[in-house]
Design a protein around this ligand. Structure first.
Ligand SMILES: Nc1ncnc2c1ncn2[C@@H]1O[C@H](COP(=O)(O)OP(=O)(O)O)[C@@H](O)[C@H]1O
Ligand SMILES: [Mg+2]
Length: 334
């Protein structure tokens, strides 16, 4: 019943179920995507995070219909993006991780040739203005900077006024100003109802833009949800240094995990305020000055690093995928 799963987008545009992708065949086959489930609702901005090689691009290409999965299913607008390419492709915009256009054409010529292959294309000038490349229209592509080429890739992905926009590392190689401009544009597109699936290395990009996100590792989704959901349950951290000579034993901090390394003490706690109050009360009572005292709430960055290091300490799942492989359905308690 719909009401039993309130976090499931009511109108999902992308539905991925138990997705697998192998590169190569036989003994040397590499199992890059190992049972990914995800759902993206209409108008939602969903971010795929993960270390290099996590399987983000491999997953994204299957959803874009550029390759066919070795297992599981992908639906975009309820259709198979690979087999029903003619129906799906005109409604989506793709910015590949490795884009690129012929260097000899100018920016405007590139736009015109691309527009010629795109149904219902917006005017080329408009697409170039959207990404701040209007003034570069007569420059040859090979003379653009790396960041400008990236923005040209984005402009071409926007030409067909896509309902769903795929952005694979859109801001890698952009300077901070250009990155901020891309974020503004992505937010505007989303406000106009565009569904966006993006991958990124920048955690703050996901924090800024994403309605929901998934962190991938080793071809699997390790955790998914809103930023708040992903951070929830992750401990806050307190760090400090004890003075050189303290006869006093450290306090027992209820519900906290204390690690001591020489004079350095690290405390992980899910009740930051209570633990900090206890710690400071103890220090005052004993007249102890805590050096380099630092307390911080769990952040997406900490969650990301913890997941990456936890996951890298686990043995790699063997190919072919075991049916018991850890999987979670994103944003849904199916
Ligand atoms: N064409 C390919 N042939 C063989 N292995 C590949 C190919 N493309 C990607 N891989 C491997 O698949 C894994 C996932 O890659 P990718 O999806 O590009 O990760 P991400 O985008 O998260 O960095 C990596 O180990 C990568 O080396
Ligand atoms: Mg990639």
């Amino acid at each position: 019943m719909e009401t039993s799963r309130p976090t499931r987008p009511s109108d999902s545009v992308i539905e991925v179920t138990d997705l697998h992708r192998h590169y190569g065949a036989g003994a040397t086959a590499y199992h890059a995507v190992r049972g990914v489930d995800l759902t993206v609702g209409r108008g939602e901005l969903f971010a795929l995070l993960g270390t290099n090689g996590a399987g983000k691009t491999s997953t994204m290409e299957l959803i874009e219909g550029l390759a066919t999965p070795t297992g599981g299913s992908v639906r975009v607008f309820g259709r198979d993006p690979y087999r029903e390419r003619a129906a799906v492709r005109p409604r989506i915009g793709i910015m590949l991780q490795e884009g690129g256009f012929p260097g000899e054409l100018t920016v405007a010529e590139t736009g015109r040739s691309w527009a010629g292959m795109t149904s219902g294309a917006r005017p080329v000038e408009e697409a170039l203005e959207l990404v701040g490349l209007g003034h570069r229209r007569d420059v040859r592509v090979k003379q653009l900077s790396g960041g400008e080429r990236r923005r040209l890739d984005l402009a071409m992905a926007l030409l067909g006024r896509p309902e769903v926009l795929f952005l694979d590392e859109p801001s890698t190689g952009l300077d901070p100003e250009a990155r901020a401009a891309v974020w503004r544009l992505v937010r505007e597109l989303r406000a106009q109802g565009t569904t966006v699936l993006l991958t990124t290395h920048y955690l703050e990009e996901a924090e800024e833009l994403a309605d929901r996100l998934a962190i991938m590792h080793g071809g699997q989704v390790v955790v998914a949800g809103t930023v708040a959901e992903v951070i929830a349950g992750r401990p806050s951290r307190i760090g400090f240094e004890l003075p050189e000579f303290t006869g006093t034993a450290l306090p027992v901090l209820a519900g906290a995990e204390v690690t001591v390394d020489g004079r350095k003490v690290t405390v992980h706690t899910t009740g930051l305020q209570d633990t900090l109050t206890d710690l400071l009360g103890w220090a005052r009572h004993h007249g102890i000055a805590l050096g380099a005292l630092d307390a911080r709430s769990a952040s997406l960055e900490e969650a990301f690093l913890a997941i990456a290091s936890e996951a890298s300490h686990q043995p790699e799942p063997e190919a072919p995928a075991r049916p018991t492989a850890r999987r979670r359905l994103i944003g849904s308690a199916r």
